[in-house]
Design a protein around this ligand. Structure first.
Ligand SMILES: NC(=O)c1ccc[n+]([C@@H]2O[C@H](COP(=O)([O-])OP(=O)(O)OC[C@H]3O[C@@H](n4cnc5c(N)ncnc54)[C@H](OP(=O)(O)O)[C@@H]3O)[C@@H](O)[C@H]2O)c1
Length: 288
């Protein structure tokens, strides 16, 4: 039995679809079971559990031998995910598959807050005595969904990165398919899997969205100060503004390029989805 934490999020929803397609035995530990049933379908086994409540995670993991661990960006990510690691140790879980950050931020001293957090959690999992596999995806194509309002309203995307910088992008469905592969086959213990397709530039990704919706969308590189001001204006908390601007700085310097491997093909069993695939399948989000 696979315990899934993070099932209702972007990657998690795709993982649930992939595990359903494989006919796998899995249970989702979710904060709100009624909302999760609406999102994931009434055929999915659900148990109420919150990463902030260690006992609920321990109860939810009873009978599970594998754990898929993901939670969104949060300043309490470390303590919450460590609750799950500790719960795994005291239940029958023998293998944790953690959705981590990109390798470019998994460092003890990275200025990216979430990167330091993922690094710390990875260290604790390595020391847990359990088997582990770390998935380190590149830049999510789904990040463009956060820019849907600007695309719909102004026909443009503004980011503090050069239009022609190569980014190792990935569709979250490919991360999910790879995760499903790892969770349902053997030979992945002790592996760090760096997942991305070939390089895509921001200009190419935005052009793909424009093609999918039949409208020209401009990509406009903006200074970092402007991007920070815009995030603050939207009410983003300081820790998240710091994190996002650090990430964009890493991307702008060309340090978020493709990993240049064929792991998606090997683990997911298919070629990486392209920006055209992403844009076609999400076109509805970019039209009024
Ligand atoms: N964006 C990128 O380009 C990128 C690149 C590489 C790695 N990453 C990593 O990807 C991860 C985010 O993935 P995502 O975008 O698929 O996530 P997401 O859509 O933000 O979903 C987060 C999930 O975590 C669950 N969750 C949050 N707090 C919880 C709690 N206290 N107890 C139980 N469940 C909780 C949420 O459940 P609810 O429905 O209850 O809220 C939701 O299912 C982050 O760790 C990030 O560092 C992102």
């Amino acid at each position: 039995m696979i315990g899934v934490i993070g099932a209702t999020g972007m990657t998690g929803r795709a993982l649930v679809a992939a595990l359903k397609a494989k006919g796998s035995d899995f249970r989702c530990l979710v904060r709100d079971t009624a909302k999760a049933a609406d999102t994931l379908g009434s055929d999915v086994e659900l148990v109420q559990a919150d990463l902030a409540d260690a006992a609920s995670i321990e109860a939810g993991l009873q009978g599970c031998d594998k754990l898929f661990l993901l939670s969104g960006h949060s300043p309490v990510m470390v303590e919450q995910q460590l609750n799950a690691v500790n719960a795994a140790k005291t239940t029958g879980v023998n293998h944790i598959v953690k959705l981590s950050g990109g390798s470019f931020i998994i460092k003890e001293d990275t200025p990216a807050l979430i990167g330091r957090g993922h690094w710390q959690i990875e260290q604790e999992i390595r020391a847990s005595g359990l088997d582990w596999t770390f998935l380190r995806p590149g830049f999510f194509m789904q990040n463009f969904l956060n820019m849907a309002e600007a695309i719909k309203g102004m026909g443009k995307v503004m980011m503090p990165v050069p239009a022609d910088v190569g980014l190792g992008m990935i569709d979250v469905r490919d991360t999910a398919d790879a995760a499903a592969g790892v969770l349902t086959s053997e030979g992945h213990a002790g592996q760090v899997y760096e997942l991305s397709g070939p390089n895509v530039t921001p200009a190419e990704a935005v052009a793909a969205i424009g093609n999918a919706i039949g409208k020209e969308i401009a990509f406009i590189p903006v200074p970092m100060e402007g991007a920070i001001g815009a995030m603050k204006e939207r009410g983003m908390p300081d820790w998240l503004v710091d994190h996002q601007s650090t990430l964009m700085g890493i991307a702008a310097d060309g340090n978020m390029a493709t990993y240049g491997n064929d792991l998606i093909e090997k683990l997911a069993g298919h070629a990486p989805r392209t920006p055209a695939d992403f844009a076609r399948d999400n076109a509805g989000a970019f039209t009024a």
